[in-house]
Design a protein around this ligand. Structure first.
Ligand code: BES
Ligand code: MN
Ligand code: ZN
Length: 497
């Protein structure tokens, strides 16, 4: 547990383990460097302020600062330094900070009053996210790099202190929600089958005061959820659907609908993946985890909005009872699809959830899914794809993602590609041709949303980081929890005006 505080103390006086100060390229000292007498140390170490340069100066009695040690971090040219760069630089420094147990930073002071609130939130987020570790299966303390007990964000007494304190509190909630989503992704599929995902969701809902209904196989069958059941048929671990209802606005306000792909493990089914293709497939519930994290965060932040989430959870396994290529399934609402490749399973479970959500007359629907390798080919590992029927909602999501530093790029729902999923035997088939796979997958989903404005976020790349990045270690990233929360907060604000 980390405690987050906003303070207007002088950087020289703050009582902390490690004081992190920025230095700009060209040797330009950032806020706190002069006050702590560290300007010469930086120059003496022949540092230039280039991005990634660091210098630890240990404190001794009589030094210019009260902290146990100071960490000077090069952040590049001042003109390029923004909220996203700030968050990332502190994320990268969080590993060092953990060894000291407590940390303070002047980073937000480098951006000035106009961005103060955003910068304070981003600073706390960066340190919290960067300090995340997944140690559930570590039985020794060998590579334990400590824990961050206290984070102090230093700012100016001229700033709105209340807004800054709120910003720090928001960061606390977001870091916690992202960490939970990461834990769910990082937990091996052997320990997190659909029923366990549902259990975790239910416990969270109870704790945060969200209404929760878990649909079991019998109820899913009665409700006509043929996609969720079809994908889950080959596994001994039966499917579930998690339905969450959060009410932060009046009872008559239409909700925003969310769903996320919850494939506990994606072996490909009978269209089996090869061994290396399966190595990370415990992450195929990253969409589901991101929606769960989002619900937890908005409940704790008391966002004034209504949200309904329906999260389909199945395990995609080959066996004597598995669905077969050529099988036809009937989705919620009655549409049929021909399953030509059992490895294109995400769209099959999402179809049911989207149809169910569309029945609830939501304002719009957003789904997140580790859906296609094709989206990774298009955008690489770090950028999510946004495709849908509403450029307005897509625009809002992309603007939110720019603010949170979780990059998302829009791809077109190109009309001519719809015919690529025409089926000879059913209404549609679950694969297209070789090219444009992220778009044909989206056309499949589009069949189930009716007229409801809808945007799909393909997070196959950014949901999971093979080698880790500035904001966290290798494994689940929790993307796009912070973007979705921001999107919902923006929507709630728009409603108030
Ligand atoms: N879960 C995968 C997509 C994926 C691949 C996510 C790699 C993250 C990393 C999805 O279910 C899948 O297998 N998609 C297939 C679809 C194809 C059979 C049409 C793909 O992208 O190859
Ligand atoms: Mn698959
Ligand atoms: Zn999958």
């Amino acid at each position: 547990m980390t405690t987050y505080t906003f303070s207007t103390e002088s950087p020289a006086d703050v009582d902390t383990g490690l004081l992190i100060l920025p230095v700009f390229e060209g040797g330009d000292p950032g806020p706190g460097v002069r006050e702590t007498g560290l300007r010469d140390a930086f120059a003496a170490a022949k540092l230039t302020g280039k991005k990634g340069e660091t210098l630890v100066v240990t404190g001794r009695d009589g030094d210019g600062f009260a902290a146990g040690a100071a960490l000077l971090v090069g952040v590049g040219p001042k003109a390029e330094f923004d909220v996203t760069a700030l968050r990332r630089a502190l994320g990268a420094a969080a590993g060092t900070a953990k060894r000291f147990g407590s940390v303070a930073t002047t980073f937000p002071l480098a951006l000035g009053a106009r961005q103060a609130t955003e910068a304070v939130q981003a600073a706390a987020e960066g340190l919290g996210l960067g300090a995340y570790r997944f140690r559930r299966y570590k039985t020794t303390s060998k590579d334990d790099d400590g824990s961050l007990e206290a984070v102090t964000i230093l700012g100016s007494a001229k700033w709105d202190a209340r807004a800054a304190r709120d910003a720090v509190a928001r960061a606390d909630v977001l870091v916690d929600a992202v960490a939970w989503a990461r834990d769910l992704v990082n937990t091996p599929a052997g320990d997190l089958p659909p029923a366990e995902i549902a259990k975790a969701a239910k416990a969270m809902a109870k704790e945060e005061g969200i209404t929760c209904k878990i649909w079991n196989e019998t109820q899913l069958a009665q409700g006509g959820f043929g996609g969720i059941l079809g994908v889950g048929k080959g596994s001994v671990n039966p499917p579930r659907m998690v339905e969450l209802t959060y009410r932060g606005a009046g009872a008559r306000t239409a909700p925003i609908a969310l769903t996320g792909k919850g494939i506990a493990f994606d072996s490909g089914g009978l269209s089996l993946k090869d061994a290396s293709g399966m190595e990370t497939m415990k992450m195929d519930m990253g969409g589901a985890a991101s929606i769960l994290g989002t619900m937890k965060a908005i409940a704790r932040l008391k966002v004034k909005i209504n949200v309904i989430a329906a999260i389909p959870c199945s395990e995609n396994m080959p066996s004597g009872s598995a669905q077969k290529p050529g099988d036809v399934i009937r989705h919620r609402g009655g549409k049929t699809s021909e399953v030509l490749n059992t490895d294109a399973e995400g769209r099959l479970v999402l179809a049911d959830a989207l149809a169910y959500l569309a029945e609830q007359d939501p304002v719009c629907i957003v789904d997140t899914a580790t859906l296609t390798g094709a989206c990774m080919v298009a955008l690489g590992t770090d950028v999510g794809g946004a495709i849908g029927t509403s450029d307005e909602v897509a625009g809002e999501l992309i603007r939110a993602s720019e603010a949170t530093g979780e990059p998302i790029w829009q791809l077109p729902l190109f009309a001519d590609y719809r015919k690529l999923i025409d089926s000879k035997v059913a209404d549609i088939k679950n694969i297209g041709k070789r090219y444009g796979g992220a778009i044909t997958a989206s056309w499949f989903l589009a069949e189930f949303v009716g007229d409801t404005p809808w945007v799909h976020l393909d997070i196959a790349g950014p949901a999971y980081s093979e080698h880790g990045n500035d904001l966290g270690p290798a494994g689940g990233t929790g993307m796009p929890v912070r973007t979705l929360v921001r999107f919902l907060q923006d929507r709630a604000g728009a409603r108030k005006r």
